[in-house]
Design a protein around this ligand. Structure first.
Ligand SMILES: *Cc1c(COP(=O)(O)O)cnc(C)c1O
Length: 222
């Protein structure tokens, strides 16, 4: 199937309340433009160098989302234009984002990445680290950033029950944090869960943002 057909099929499966982040990492500009030309505007990348190049070359009404592990020393390259940083996993990184956002006279939207998978290879905060961070005065003092919600990756497994349990866990933690810390903050409302293999399950569990790459653009050659 073509990129256009893939996008249409996925979109038809998503409720209107769920946003599609088309993960275009490693893919050429022409593939991105195929999706753009049928109305897709949110694209996700996980390498700073690739992202800045694509930002320069492609239409300026694209909303770029940074979806992978971000190094503090590279924040400055994306701070002028990034729409959303999905995977903030340390106070150090958050402080750098705030500093670079201020230099650009902006406020940058972000999510905190929670580690829910039963694998040690994935980045993210543990549940207790997450609470500790949100409770800290240092966290509250960071300016020019706006916390929009939580992000996570489920275990890479065929066991649907396990993936479902992990998604339910993050939804639960999201609801708890919302009730305790941000009951009146209407824009603390995003849950970035679900990729090609598990997005339908993620939507059932409350996802508001799915990050889909290979099902749209085909397998990646690294
Ligand atoms: C690559 C990537 C995706 C998309 O993965 P697919 O399986 O190709 O849909 C989603 N989220 C993150 C963080 C990624 O790095």
């Amino acid at each position: 199937m073509s990129i256009v057909e893939n996008i249409k099929l996925i979109t038809s499966k998503l409720p209107d309340t769920v946003k599609l982040v088309a993960v275009s990492k490693t893919k050429p500009n022409e593939d991105i433009m195929s999706a753009y030309n049928v109305g897709q505007r949110i694209f996700g990348e996980n390498k700073v160098q690739d992202l800045t190049k694509k930002f320069e070359e492609l239409p300026k009404d694209i909303e770029w989302h940074f979806i992978g592990h971000l190094q503090s020393n590279k924040v400055k390259y994306i701070a002028p234009f990034i729409s959303m940083i999905h995977a903030v996993d340390s106070l150090k990184l958050l402080k750098t984002i705030g500093k670079e956002a201020a230099k650009n006279d902006r406020t940058i939207d972000y999510m905190l990445q929670l580690h829910i998978a039963q694998e040690d290879t994935k980045f993210g905060l543990s549940e207790s680290e997450l609470y500790e961070m949100i409770d800290s005065e240092q966290f509250k003092a960071v300016k020019n950033v706006n916390l929009r919600g939580l992000m996570a990756m489920a275990s890479n497994t065929d066991n649907k029950n396990q993936v479902k349990e992990e998604f339910e866990l993050i939804k639960n933690i999201f609801d708890k944090i919302k009730a305790k810390h941000f009951p009146d903050k209407d824009d603390f409302n995003e849950l970035s869960i679900g990729m090609s293999s598990d997005f339908e399950l993620a939507v059932e569990c409350g996802s508001t943002m799915v990050r889909i790459g290979s099902t749209i653009f085909g397998a990646r050659n690294y």
